[in-house]
Design a protein around this ligand. Structure first.
Ligand SMILES: [Zn+2]
Ligand SMILES: [Zn+2]
Length: 598
């Protein structure tokens, strides 16, 4: 059983050279960016085995949580029975008492006392949908994406500066290149990357993780020439002269280059997961939830999670949903819903039903703008019905990724069918991930069934203009991420980053939901869906805890819950809404200990 065994959970042979290709949609080399197996092939060819990384992770002595008294703070508790307070008494990682200092209990003489000088304190933010192992792998890659560099020229000059600091011969790595949002050419060629450096191999991933680009040095190190044959289901792109032009399409072609990066072998991915937690702490996150465990390296990922837990070095709590494409593998293990503890716990079963709207693979009722395409179903409705029924019967909360309106039709039909069989998808807190295009009848049905959406709110801000102008047109785009309509229907909803799709940043997500402003546009995307700051804060704390089956222990600041909190430079309710993302995260506390502070 997960956590109760000192042995490897994934079992089996220790050779890491067997092919690891999840079934179903992941064979599609251009599958959904958050669910693709593009990186797993690189790991396999590089001989990386997560079980080794798990075994090598250094442990720290068990944490001894010191007693603390926080006072003179402006605390928003998210507990309806006592919404505000100024003091907090922490013992053994939990809140022993919260209230007004005039009523404070007897405080132990040796307790640490913190005067917060009126600063705003909230429950720690909860990220209900991200992807931990891919982020860990990409941790050593420089983010040169559109949200840091609006133009490709700027991105490449930054990479050039980075290269100057890297010893000759070592790899220069980039990620998040996105020609759909960055000004400049559509691809990065070998010639362009040779201008960055010819002394180091350069490898850059597209934000979709379905394409990569490399320079001449990298091609040389990988031994790729005009004669090299592309591996199946992928392409080493060649120019008119027949020479590889540096563009690599799909996982197997990318892996032919990526496998030669020694960093891939030397990096301990368990250590990198801990770095991802630290990065989350910097934006105020105290709990994260991986939505697709196994797509990276199968059940071995559970060994990684177990090692993180045992290391005593976690600075954020972790929840996870098992990826359905690995169902046959999970069925060989005895992993079950709820296994784990307050630090690491299995809470969901994730099924991907379509692609992404911005990638034009989300499944639609009507074709995309200027197109006859209607997207891709990654699972057929009858198969989805069966999977939802089976996993609910086993006690799992089901999380269905559905972006297009037709995919949401199928997801709701599967939940309705399960309910008609006497199962309770709503009671299990089943979700629809992204849940991007919602018609009124969807919202009504979700309220009836108790299904809860988690919105990738960056769709509105980052891609909103592209949805209106190129993908859906104004009318359908207005149905994107309908937070206010869900709120009005009494549905609990949350916001997520889907990192690495967009970067983790709860304050940015809150701002996006409150303002519905769009990047590179003066207009708002369906202003009637703007939500209050209070509602967005609740979504990012208590309701995200609820979706992750953890509201009994985190999500609000109340007596008995864990002391996970964030200290902000300003009160999000009092700043100009378009400046919410600029609010400084001053401190982040997990389990009564400060894990981040400026
Ligand atoms: Zn995702
Ligand atoms: Zn997804």
């Amino acid at each position: 059983m997960f956590f109760d065994s000192s042995e490897s959970i994934s079992g089996g042979s220790r050779t890491s050279t067997e092919a690891f290709v999840p079934h179903g949609h992941s064979l599609d080399p251009f599958a959904c960016p958050c669910c693709a197996n593009a990186l797993s092939e690189s790991l396999r060819l590089a001989g990386v085995d997560l079980r080794d990384h798990a075994a090598e992770l250094r442990s720290a002595p068990p944490k001894v949580a010191e007693a603390s008294f926080i006072t003179n703070a402006k605390i928003m508790t998210m507990d309806e029975s006592c919404p505000n307070a100024d003091s907090l008494w922490i013992q053994d990682g939990r809140i022993a008492w919260i209230g007004w200092s005039r009523d404070k209990p007897e405080i132990a003489a040796d307790a640490r006392v913190f005067d917060f000088q009126g600063r705003t304190v909230l429950p720690g933010f909860i990220e209900p949908h991200m992807h931990l192992p891919p982020l860990a792998l990409l941790d050593s890659f420089e983010n040169i994406g559109p949200f840091r560099f609006p133009s490709i020229d700027q991105a490449l000059s930054h990479l050039k500066e980075t290269a100057r600091e890297v010893p000759v011969g070592e790899w220069v790595l980039g990620r998040q290149f996105d020609p759909s949002l960055q000004d400049g050419p559509d691809v990065l060629t070998r010639v362009m990357l040779d201008r960055v450096t010819t002394e180091h191999p350069v490898l850059v991933y597209n934000a979709s993780l379905h394409l990569a680009y490399c320079n001449s040095r990298a091609l040389e190190v990988a031994g790729i020439t005009a004669e090299t044959v592309s591996p199946p289901a992928s392409e080493i792109v060649k120019g008119e002269d027949g020479e590889p032009n540096g563009v690599l399409k799909a996982g197997p072609a990318m892996a032919m280059v990526a496998r030669h990066n020694p960093g891939m072998r030397n990096q301990n991915l368990a250590e990198s997961c801990l770095e991802v937690f630290k990065r989350a702490n910097r934006v105020g996150i105290t709990t994260l939830c991986d939505q697709g465990t196994g797509l990276f390296q199968g059940p071995r990922e559970l060994d990684l999670y177990q090692a993180l837990r045992k290391s005593n070095r976690m600075t954020a709590r972790f929840r996870f949903s098992l990826g359905h494409t690995l169902a046959a593998e999970w069925d060989k293990t005895d992993i079950a819903w709820g296994q784990g503890d307050e630090w690491v716990r299995a809470t969901g079963w994730k099924i991907v039903s379509d692609g992404s709207n911005q990638g034009r693979t989300g499944l639609q009722r009507q074709p995309f703008l200027h197109s006859s395409e209607q997207g891709i179903a990654y699972i057929q409705p009858d198969e989805l019905d069966k999977a939802v029924e089976e996993r609910l019967r086993q006690g799992w909360a089901v999380c269905i990724h559905a972006n297009g309106d037709a995919a949401i039709d199928h997801a709701l039909a599967a939940y309705a069918r399960a309910a008609s069989l006497g199962l309770d998808p709503g009671g299990r807190r089943s979700r629809i991930e992204h849940c991007s295009i919602l018609h009124d009848e969807h919202i009504k049905k979700m309220a009836e069934l108790g299904i809860s959406p988690s919105f990738l709110i960056g769709h509105v801000y980052y891609w909103g203009k592209a949805f209106v102008d190129d993908i859906f047109g104004a009318e359908k785009s207005a149905k994107l991420d309908r937070t206010a309509s869900c709120e009005a229907a009494g549905i609990r909803w949350t916001l997520h980053s889907d990192d690495p799709v967009t970067e983790m940043g709860p304050l940015r997500c809150i701002e996006n939901a409150v303002t519905r402003s769009m990047w590179k546009s003066e207009e708002l995307l369906s202003a009637e869906e703007c939500i209050s700051v209070d509602a967005a804060l609740r979504a990012a704390t208590l309701d995200a805890a609820w979706q992750c089956h953890s509201d009994h222990e985190i999500g609000s600041l109340e007596s008995g819950k864990y002391a996970d909190l964030v200290v902000l430079g300003s009160d999000p309710r009092e700043v100009e809404p378009r400046k919410i993302h600029e609010i400084e995260v001053l401190e982040t506390w997990v389990h009564g200990e400060r894990v981040y502070g400026v």
